[in-house]
Design a protein around this ligand. Structure first.
Ligand SMILES: Cc1ncc(C[n+]2csc(CCOP(=O)(O)OP(=O)(O)O)c2C)c(N)n1
Ligand SMILES: [Mg+2]
Length: 326
């Protein structure tokens, strides 16, 4: 358990719990619907990592910009995306964020500063570093956040972007979600050092490792990085050690070579339960309060699914509308 209490009002802490639970229930439903054949394409679940997206986004303003990965539902929800349009996109319906043509890996909402999920591993790092440059040129004190995995941290854009962001003192926060695997490959097989954060030294910027299942630890690191970015001092790298509970994707038959005992050990450190226990210990949550949050999350989710199901599929004659490259 974290031993540091952030200076956050109880309402905000309960809102964090609400968002984390929304991510979890949204994806449990998405997984079920995917396996039932109601959702097509690919779905990558974020379950187990919810404290990272919510902890970081809780330290941001609506106008700040983020970019996501192929595992993007958590970042969308944490930045305030509309569940109905998200669900409709997963269902491939006209009312979805991409009019049903993008699916799980392409949800973006510029109005809330969510620049998009991205199927290209590490591709988002370059795009959002451009958003950091834009914020600096506009002089609007905006901050840009790149979420990416341990696998992406071995790709060229990670190094190129950290270098230029550090050199130009861009208002960037690079958040490595180190869930210990890139698809089936253990991080230990591809990383010469266990801490991605230590690479920050090579670019002369702060790099910290935090417990990615402890939302307060994530929030505090993000808050410090946001202050540094807004002050003009430049980028930071935050490495969140975390774990995904499910396989790499929901695709039936996809191999998962991980040791079941390892998965179980991480489930014992459920980020949602950790926050819930903390709120209960502070006297800020009781059974009735917890049930009310659960009921509200499920109501919103049921509404989103009903909205998606009621929306029509794109028409054949719309197949090439809004498509810029194929
Ligand atoms: C450029 C590129 N190379 C390979 C892939 C195939 N691929 C999809 S997800 C993935 C692993 C990514 O691992 P990580 O960055 O740790 O993210 P995680 O899935 O663990 O969240 C790979 C190799 C891809 N989508 N894009
Ligand atoms: Mg990973």
């Amino acid at each position: 358990m974290p031993n540091h209490a952030p200076n956050l009002p109880p309402d905000k802490q309960r809102a964090m719990l609400h968002q984390m639970l929304t991510i979890r229930r949204f994806e449990e439903r998405a997984s079920t619907d995917y396996l039932a054949g109601k959702i097509h394409g690919v779905v990558h679940c974020y379950i187990g990592e919810e404290a990272v997206a919510v902890g970081v986004c809780s330290a941001l303003e609506r106008s700040d910009r983020i970019i996501s990965t192929h595992r993007g539902h958590g970042h969308c929800i944490a930045k305030g995306a509309d569940l109905k349009r998200m669900e409709a996109e997963l269902y491939g319906r006209q009312a979805g964020y991409c009019k049903g043509k993008g699916g799980s890996m392409h949800i973006a909402d510029f109005d809330i500063g969510m620049l998009g999920a991205n199927g290209i591993v590490a591709g988002g790092i370059s795009i959002v570093t451009g958003a950091g440059l834009a914020a600096k040129m506009e002089g609007n004190r905006g901050v840009a956040v790149s979420f990416f995995g341990d696998g992406a941290s071995n790709a060229g854009p990670f190094h190129e972007c950290l270098n230029i962001a550090a050199t130009w003192k861009l208002p960037m926060i690079y958040v490595c979600e180190n869930n210990l695997y890139a698809a089936q490959t253990p991080a230990a097989a591809t990383h010469a050092q266990s801490d991605v954060a230590s690479r920050a030294a090579g670019y002369g910027i702060p790099g910290v490792v935090v417990d990615g299942n402890d939302i307060f630890a994530v929030y505090q690191a993000a808050h410090a990085a946001v202050e540094r970015a807004r002050s003009g001092a430049g980028p930071s790298l935050i490495e969140c050690k975390t774990y995904r509970w499910r396989g790499h994707t929901e695709r039936r038959g996809w191999p998962d070579p991980r040791d079941p005992a390892e998965i179980e050990a991480w489930k014992q450190r459920d980020p949602i339960e950790l926050l819930e226990r903390r709120l209960r210990d502070q006297g800020e949550l009781d059974d009735a309060g917890r049930q009310a949050i659960e009921a509200e999350v499920m109501r919103a989710l049921d509404e989103a699914v009903a909205f998606a199901e009621a929306s029509p599929l794109p028409l054949p004659e719309q197949a090439t509308d809004d498509v810029f490259a194929a």
